[in-house]
Design a protein around this ligand. Structure first.
Ligand SMILES: Cc1cc2nc3c(=O)[nH]c(=O)nc-3n(C[C@H](O)[C@H](O)[C@H](O)COP(=O)(O)O)c2cc1C
Length: 395
């Protein structure tokens, strides 16, 4: 239902739209569906297809390609990233175009080998390598971890056409091909960044810097609309969202406390951590938004978690907070744990396992106590806070 659209002379958008999709990757809600963008780039002598579409939509991709050229004329299939929403049609495509060479990073080639258990012609490219299509040259720009280790951008040299893979994308299946033809979808661009790109802020800044010297005319992400006006806008937004906030040393204490005991311990931890030069924030997780919690995680040099034991477990709201750790770009990996319990007290050990699993350094053993903390336990909580603050100040 999508059809091919010529977005520049000899460059066609041949991907497909999926406006009915409500949940992407079984993980992220998509209120406006999505698109799987693929692009046909024709030179005087050779033709390249940039990315494919998800496997179930292969026939529509082929129809779109056929409306422009005979698929047997495709010489190269560039895989900017091997995730199946972009490479899922590759196995069928290499059968349909046996003369085509698959061009990718080494990492993508390895991942494709684990997805397509059949041989295919392959060419590995590195950062800044080029590929001649006859009067038109593709340049490859390594962009690792945007958002998989294999990712690269492809640029049509001298024409400023950037195929940016998942970077700058949006789950938004609007009418037409271009961003300026559609209602404002900037909320979807931000949501996409938060869901997919946010854990890789350092890598984003490195990749965006590589685009600085290129005069861009079109920015073509692999999801959502293509930018032909204000083409630098999504790139500059990525830079803005990824630059670390300036400021002194910060420690955040996340806790919840049905009966107030863990809260008392949190106050003692905060007292201990409040050394000169350290700003301590106590965050009752049920009184903060997810966005606030994730921002606080990213701004803080150390994260301390206070959790009671409920039904022999960490209570779900705290598990959720511990899960956010893998969805943000952490500034530091210093941590601590404390909490009250009644009779079995499993939660602190579980939280410790989670933090160790995330490579956290724990300068002080966790502090836990049955029910109401005694003065000596409060002193231990202060010592925990102080040990963490001292560790933060060393950095
Ligand atoms: C619904 C519920 C279930 C609980 N289950 C456990 C448990 O399995 N093991 C345990 O050691 N304590 C359990 N407790 C006791 C709490 O951990 C204890 O009351 C603790 O002091 C609560 O900390 P808080 O005052 O910070 O809320 C449970 C408490 C509640 C309310």
């Amino acid at each position: 239902m999508s059809g091919a659209v010529e977005i520049a002379k000899g460059i066609h958008l041949v991907g497909v739209k999926d406006p009915g999709l409500t949940l992407f990757d079984d993980l992220f809600p998509t209120a406006f569906g999505t698109t799987y963008n693929a692009f046909l780039v024709r030179g005087a002598t050779h033709t390249a297809l940039i990315d494919t579409v998800k496997g179930k939509r292969f026939e529509e991709l082929m129809d779109n390609i056929r409306s422009v050229i005979d698929p047997s004329q495709i010489d190269y299939i560039v895989v900017n990233h091997s995730e199946p929403d972009h490479s899922g049609s590759l196995a069928k495509l290499v059968k349909a175009c046996p003369q085509a060479t698959v061009v990718s990073s080494q990492a993508a080639r390895t991942f494709l080998g684990n997805q397509i258990h059949a041989p295919f012609e392959s060419k590995i490219v590195k950062d800044q390598d080029t590929l001649d299509l006859g009067g038109r040259t593709l340049r490859f720009i390594a962009a690792p971890f945007l958002h998989w280790p294999d990712t690269m951008f492809t640029v049509v040299e001298g024409e400023g056409v950037l195929f940016s893979c998942d970077a700058f994308g949006s789950h938004y299946a609007g009418e037409g091909a271009f961003a300026d033809e559609m209602p404002d979808f900037s909320g979807e661009t931000r949501f996409y960044y938060d869901c997919i790109m946010r854990p890789f802020k350092d890598r984003i800044l490195q990749a965006v810097e590589k685009l600085d010297g290129i005069e861009l005319t079109l920015v073509c992400p692999s999801h959502g609309p293509v930018y032909r006006k204000e083409v630098r806008k999504p790139i500059e937004l990525y830079r803005k969202w990824s630059v670390p906030k300036a400021g002194g040393k910060r420690i955040a204490i996340f806790y919840l406390s049905p009966h107030g005991n863990t809260e008392s311990m949190a106050e003692a931890v905060a007292r201990g951590a409040s050394l000169p030069g350290v700003v301590v924030t106590q965050c009752h997780i049920n009184h903060a938004s997810v966005a606030d919690i994730r921002d606080l995680m990213e701004e803080s040099d150390a994260l301390i978690f206070g959790t009671p034991t409920i039904n022999r477990d960490i209570p779900k709201p705290m598990w959720d907070v511990l899960a956010y750790l893998s969805t943000v770009s952490l500034k530091g990996n210093i941590g601590g744990i404390f909490g009250s319990y009644g009779w079995s007290g499993e939660a602190c050990r579980m939280a410790e396992d989670r933090l160790k699993g995330m490579n956290f350094k724990l300068p002080h053993p966790f502090v836990r106590t049955p029910f109401m903390p005694k003065p000596e336990v409060m002193a231990e909580c202060e010592a925990l806070g102080r040990a963490i603050a001292e560790e933060v100040l060393k950095k």
